[in-house]
Design a protein around this ligand. Structure first.
Ligand SMILES: NC(=O)c1ccc[n+]([C@@H]2O[C@H](COP(=O)([O-])OP(=O)(O)OC[C@H]3O[C@@H](n4cnc5c(N)ncnc54)[C@H](O)[C@@H]3O)[C@@H](O)[C@H]2O)c1
Length: 269
């Protein structure tokens, strides 16, 4: 069977200067898409634009997902540059490891602001263009921490659970306009900026080496290894493909079986 090549997408990727967002940007550009990468970190954005070297296909944008004006300006820049928008990947995210007693109100507001409110603001601002496109897609980056609780990251766990709820609500509301909204729940990976930050925080709080911590994490995953950026990019690209038109409101757990299998490994029941 011969396949018609997919119509190139017009995408905005928040947090697109690093990690999963950058990986998705690269994969979309390879398909001929027009891609805006929006990020708060100016230096990272510059480096990403240089590394991607995609000419007019690429639009690097200064973006703060917590600031409505900044979000509206980014969506409007996409409309001007691409003539519309059919894809939003919400990948901007932050995390801090802090025990309950020490979480300040400021830290709570920051983490929940970027990780949950940011997804809401970007989805709301992009929705008119996504509806107009007749083939709109939103993919949100939640986490394994959006499915179960972990100690010392309460705001992150709360925000990532919220992203799954928001995904379901937006899926219901936007379905009449053929906009699908789905969510990816990756397991932690040391390959991204956030993954490296988490590793550093754990090294300083436990005294274990980075190598010991990475080995322990991999051993805990039923499929026996840590996740990679590529694992997540494959799942996002599937949700953006023409093969995924009938999927909405769902989550894909890219975690080697961590969340959906029993925690006692190597026993028969
Ligand atoms: N790396 C992991 O282990 C892991 C696991 C599960 C889920 N996730 C989620 O995946 C997403 C991407 O994570 P990553 O590992 O690629 O992280 P990353 O740190 O490599 O990339 C996130 C990007 O978001 C940007 N950002 C932060 N605050 C922002 C703001 N206010 N406005 C715009 N951009 C902002 C950062 O500058 C950074 O470039 C996040 O939502 C994260 O919570 C990551």
């Amino acid at each position: 069977m011969t396949r018609t090549p997919p119509t190139p997408r017009r995408a905005l990727i928040t947090g697109g200067a690093s990690g999963f967002g950058l990986g998705v940007a690269r994969a979309l550009l390879d398909q001929g898409a027009s891609v805006a990468i929006g990020d708060l970190h100016a230096g990272r954005l510059r480096e990403a634009a240089q590394a991607l070297a995609a000419g007019e296909q690429l639009l690097p944008l200064a973006l703060d997902v917590t600031a409505p004006d900044s979000v509206r300006a980014a969506v409007s820049a996409c409309e001007t540059a691409f003539g519309g928008l059919d894809t939003l990947v919400n990948s901007a995210g932050v995390i801090r490891i802090t025990a309950l007693d020490d979480i300040s109100e400021q830290e709570w507001d920051w983490v929940v602001g970027v990780d949950l409110k940011g997804v809401f603001l970007c989805s709301q601002a992009a929705a008119p263009l996504l509806r107009q496109s007749g083939r709109g897609r939103i993919v949100n980056l939640s986490s394994d921490a959006g499915k179960v609780g972990f100690p010392n990251i309460a705001p992150y766990v709360a925000a990532k659970h919220g992203v799954i709820g928001l995904t379901k609500s937006l899926a219901a509301e936007l379905a009449p306009f053929k906009v699908t909204v789905n969510c990816i729940c990756p397991v932690g990976t040391p390959e991204t900026t956030m993954g490296q930050d988490v590793l550093r925080m754990k090294v300083s709080s436990t005294g274990a080496s980075a190598e010991q911590l990475m080995a322990a994490t991999a051993a805990n995953v039923p499929l026996g290894r840590s996740g990679t950026v590529e694992d997540v990019v494959h799942a996002v690209m599937f949700l953006l493909s023409d093969e995924a038109t009938f999927l909405t409101g769902g989550t894909i757990d890219v975690d080697g079986g961590l969340i959906n299998t029993a925690p006692i490994r190597g026993t028969a029941g």
